[in-house]
Design a protein around this ligand. Structure first.
Ligand code: RB5
Length: 146
């Protein structure tokens, strides 16, 4: 699995924690920034990651900003992206199983590094269940392709 990860200035610390988590798990990733101390605009980081995931260059994406909200709104504008804003381990697991989410967003001003690592671990190790959930996700894709 190849993961694209990025954050704005509000998510740098958790981005580093999750990179460490992926290294421990042996998961390949590429970091798309930001390399910044100053304020940047979250769409400039969410959209390239979302486009790379949608294009199949990466299997999954992880985006972090202050709240995770801006990143998730921006990522979900890209066709083919199902980005889930997640701040608990249960939702991290279920959004893979039921929604086949291909990106997660988190907020560094919302949760701590330990929980963020657990969320990333649960999300990266959970699989889509298909079945009735495939039918539901299919309806979203169908709408998107209209
Ligand atoms: C940046 O101040 C903040 O707005 C951003 O990180 C994010 O929370 C937006 O949704």
């Amino acid at each position: 699995m190849k993961v694209a990860i990025a954050s704005d200035h509000g998510g740098i610390n958790i981005r580093e924690e999750i990179k460490q988590q992926m290294e421990e798990m042996g998961i390949e990733y590429e970091d798309f920034g930001c390399e910044c101390d100053t304020s940047v605009d979250y769409p400039d980081f969410a959209l390239p990651v979302a486009e790379k995931v949608a294009a199949g260059e990466f299997d999954r994406g992880i985006l972090i900003c202050g709240t995770g909200i801006g990143m998730s709104i921006a990522a979900n504008k890209v066709k083919g992206i199902r980005c889930a804003l997640v701040h608990d381990v249960f939702s991290a697991k279920v959004t893979r199983q039921h929604n086949d989410s291909n990106i997660i967003a988190m907020g560094e001003r919302v949760i701590g590094a330990g929980l963020a690592r657990e969320i990333a671990k649960a999300w990266l190790t959970s699989d889509f269940e298909g079945g009735r959930h495939a039918n539901r996700v299919g309806k979203i894709t169908e709408y998107e392709n209209k």
